[in-house]
Design a protein around this ligand. Structure first.
Ligand code: UD1
Length: 419
């Protein structure tokens, strides 16, 4: 398994180009099962999870190519079986279930895996699809789904018990080809949900209300191929936003989705970070001395859980006490123990972490336990005295395109050791 060796860095200066969004590209790729005709997706990040999705699509009967940042998909005769070997590595692959049911009327999809953050069940996905006429049984680790006939999903009025991002994307996608109207209430409002809707609309779907908590979908008989540009990755951008003040540097983030990062920018401003919106992106400046803040993770437009670990690293650098409360996932403080091993002083009490700032980081061997936790450790390494060795970085490769190249280009000193 590869490791990253991070040396203490001076102030980072320069421009980083933000890649396409992983969390938008993954559900859009699974939605490619629906249209007939050629789909061209631009601005797709070159990440392990995207390669896994393309492999899964191929197994399901769709021809895919991935050149530069462009993926083309053209589906032939579909196969309903999504095997454990692929699905186990990536939770988002469960999103092929609804599209397979919509087109084929049957699906056999392994129960998902992915990052080890909490239980992460799929009950909201399944009960929504059941409301649309699907039935499910679980056998040998697989979800086996059926609809009376291909094209047999029916529109339904669905109220989600929680605004799950994945479930909203999944139901929205399945509803595009269902018969009649589907209303999804308490829908997730994340920008990635709106991007999935934007893609489906480009293919001929009739969707309204995406980006709000009530989404209406009028089912159509068929969807056609289209060319679509995936939105920029707000979490990758947010991660680099932390790197600038952490090292006392100044970074211009090209293609940064500024509006979509409102909650993060507001909190970082409160801490003392300077921002300037410029044509084509966002300038992040180290301003005055950073001060502690309180952050609560919430569904969008609240502070994103995917920025919680990176923000915790920045809090370690700020003066005074900070607090972060995690309300979306249980068990998402695995980075805390590792940050403490690097000299931080963080206490976890239930779903909150209390950070005593300005203790300084010292390099250490640390273990990455999930995607965003890994990013928080690399960030801490940039500010740590000595050398930080981040192990198990396959998580990082699932979510960040060329992270060491991007950071090294603005002054970091990170090397990858292959093993
Ligand atoms: C997506 C993102 C992930 C992000 C998360 C929250 C992708 C590929 N991943 O994950 O990076 O951290 O949104 O912003 O887009 N839940 C249930 N039952 C369900 C579904 C979810 O109980 O059927 C719970 C989960 O256990 C979790 C919470 O709802 O506690 C949020 O999950 P959800 O919004 O579904 O996240 P994902 O779509 O998995």
């Amino acid at each position: 398994m590869d490791t990253l060796i991070v040396e203490k860095s001076g102030p980072l200066h320069g421009t980083i180009t933000v890649s396409g969004s992983k969390n938008a590209a993954l559900p859009i790729l699974m939605a490619c099962i629906l249209p007939t005709g050629r789909i061209v997706l631009e601005n797709v990040p070159r990440l392990a999870d995207i390669h896994t999705s393309c492999k899964l699509l191929s197994i399901l009967g769709c021809h895919t190519t991935f050149e530069g940042d462009t993926v083309t998909v053209e589906c032939g005769t579909l196969n309903p079986h999504a095997p454990y070997e692929l699905v186990k590595t990536m939770r988002a692959s469960v999103l092929c279930l609804g599209p397979l049911l919509a087109v084929l009327g049957e699906a056999r999809v392994s129960m998902p895996g992915g990052c080890a953050i909490g239980a992460r069940p799929v009950d909201i996905h399944l009960s929504g699809l059941e409301a649309m006429g699907a039935s499910f049984e679980l056998a040998e680790g697989y979800i086996i789904g059926r609809v009376p006939r291909p094209g047999g999903l029916k529109g339904a009025h669905i109220v989600l018990r929680f605004p799950s991002v994945g479930a909203t994307e999944h139901l929205l996608t399945a509803a595009a080809l269902a018969e009649g109207e589907t209303i999804i209430e308490n829908a997730a409002r994340e920008p990635e949900v709106a991007d999935v809707a934007g893609f489906l609309i480009a293919c001929g779907a009739k969707i309204e209300g995406h980006g709000t908590s009530v989404i209406r979908v009028q089912g159509v008989d068929r969807l056609r191929g289209a060319t679509y540009r995936v939105m920029s990755d707000r979490i990758e951008a947010g991660t680099f936003m932390v790197a600038a003040p952490l090292t006392g540097g100044e970074l211009f983030l090209e293609n940064c989705p500024v509006r979509e990062l409102d909650a993060v920018i507001q909190k970082m401003r409160e801490m003392g970070v300077g921002f300037e919106e410029r044509p084509g992106g966002l300038l992040v400046k180290s301003g005055r001395e950073l001060v502690g803040v309180e952050v609560e993770t919430l569904p969008y437009p609240g502070f994103p859980t995917d920025m919680q670990a990176q923000m915790t690293t920045l809090m370690c650098h700020a003066k005074g006490l900070s607090m972060v409360e995690e309300t979306i996932f249980e068990n998402r403080f695995m980075h805390v123990m590792e940050l403490n091993r690097m000299g931080a002083e963080i206490k976890v009490k239930g779903n909150a972490a209390i950070v005593k700032g300005q203790r300084g980081f010292t390099g250490a061997p640390v273990m990455a336990s999930d995607l965003r936790a890994s990013a928080s450790l690399v960030l801490a390494g940039l500010a740590a005295e000595g050398r930080t060795v981040v192990e198990r970085i396959y998580h990082l490769d699932r979510g960040y395109e060329n992270i060491e190249h991007k950071l090294n280009a603005v002054g970091a000193r990170i090397t990858r050791a292959k093993s």
